[in-house]
Design a protein around this ligand. Structure first.
Ligand code: 5GP
Length: 141
């Protein structure tokens, strides 16, 4: 298990130095309510082994974390009477990551909610799409 830096908020929550509203706990992951929920039931899932973000996380650790996300999703949805769920992880400050500890948001969604992660840009044009697609594929191994 990798330890989070001493001053990391989610590390403190894991060590119970800070309180949290626990939703789920097991050997590899921990889930708790987001303190500033985007919607009622907004839950965060973190691996017990520290990674700053998804890119730093091993496939095995990620799989364990995602198993918890998958397990919690229907429960959160049913409990909140939500039609849908948004699962996301912000990677890097530029993407809006404010806590440098890998976490997955589980956000219950209702048709009428005001959850908004970004303002949509201009519609993707075919020529740009093709170029971008090729550039990304070229980076895949
Ligand atoms: P990010 O912006 O990094 O993707 O998400 C961080 C999330 O952590 C935010 O939704 C924020 O509300 C939540 N958060 C920040 N500090 C705390 C805290 O001390 N306790 C809990 N439960 N959530 C927190």
């Amino acid at each position: 298990m990798k330890e989070a830096p001493a001053d990391n908020i989610f590390g403190k929550i894991l060590r119970r130095e800070l309180p949290s509203w626990e939703i789920h706990s097991d050997e590899l992951s921990y889930a708790f309510l987001d303190i500033f929920p985007q919607s009622e039931g907004h839950t965060l899932v973190i691996p017990r082994s520290y990674s700053e973000n998804i890119l730093e996380c091993s496939t095995e650790e990620l799989a364990a974390c995602m198993a918890t996300v998958r397990r919690l999703m229907p429960a959160v949805r049913r409990a909140m009477g939500a039609g849908g769920i948004t699962v996301l992880t912000n990677t890097g400050i530029e993407a809006g990551q404010s806590v440098p500890y890998l976490h997955f948001h589980i956000i219950p969604r209702h048709g009428s909610d005001k959850v908004s992660l970004y303002t949509p840009g201009a519609m993707l044009q075919e020529e740009d799409a093709r170029r971008i697609q090729q550039a990304i594929r070229a980076e895949l191994h």
